[in-house]
Design a protein around this ligand. Sequence first.
Ligand code: GRG
Length: 301
Amino acid sequence: MRISQSAPFDLSGFLNSRTALINRSLDGFLPKATVKPATLHRAMRYSLFAGGKRLRPALCLAAAAAGGGDEADALPLACAVECIHTYSLIHDDLPAMDNDDYRRGKLTNHKVFGEGMAVLAGDALLTQAFEIAVQCQGWPRYPHRQIIMELAVAAGSKQLVAGQVADLEGEGRKISAVQLRYIHERKTSALLCCSVRLGGMSANCTAVQLRALTQFGYFVGLAFQVIDDILDVTQTSEKLGKTAGKDVAAQKATYPAIVGLEKSRRIAQQLTGRAFAALKPFRGQAVALEALAEHLLKRDR
Ligand code: GRG
């Protein structure tokens, strides 16, 4: 699939077609629900196909297009990132973590399959991600080793899991804006940034382009979490598909709690502005990434 650079960009068409493509690919990559152990495979598929927005894979494919690559080459990487993201949500929802009953508009994994199976479904999705990612072709500037390292670092103890640790340890405590930024960089921005970078790598992009994509992913990731925190206090559970107001209830540090709603909105706008600015080296060829950044800022769920 290629993106026309001349016609006005149709974001909803892009999101619909890429979501369908990602869903078909994930279905092909994952063991069927009847494969033994069937309960585990059903649990993995339950959360993976519960209706996630597929924003990370969309960013990955859009970055591939920006780098002049073929989105099909980026597909295994886009699917791998979604598996890691879904694992993190399953574990995040567990009673030992955020203890949530709803996710993606459905009962959480442990509510349906039990805590033990939910832990295992998360574990298996994390491992599945690497099994899928290694099926990418590898590129002259970015061989397999680097691709796998990229995913492992983003999902690992210094990034995604570090963010979750800081989030957990920060509950009920007064934390500073600097500490909050540390959490957001890891808990949210690391995987979003990795999605964008992997898309660029699949296009064998230059070092300059990869730096631009890294900046873009970093700022979009930070903006994404600020918006997520705003939505938690401004939207209903029905709209979000998960329990709204959880951050306040858990006395979590968030931008709205620290600087208020209005300033949080301004911060999200500024971060998105910096993400836009980072795309300069693409000279107008990163239309899908630009449209996605704007969409993420304006989203209501
Ligand atoms: C290792 C036990 C163990 C747990 C780790 C790392 C981790 C669990 C959790 C990360 C937690 C997390 C939920 C980060 C927040 C990122 C975020 C805002 C997620 C929501 O993303 P959306 O809105 O969700 O894209 P959908 O459902 O649409 O995909």
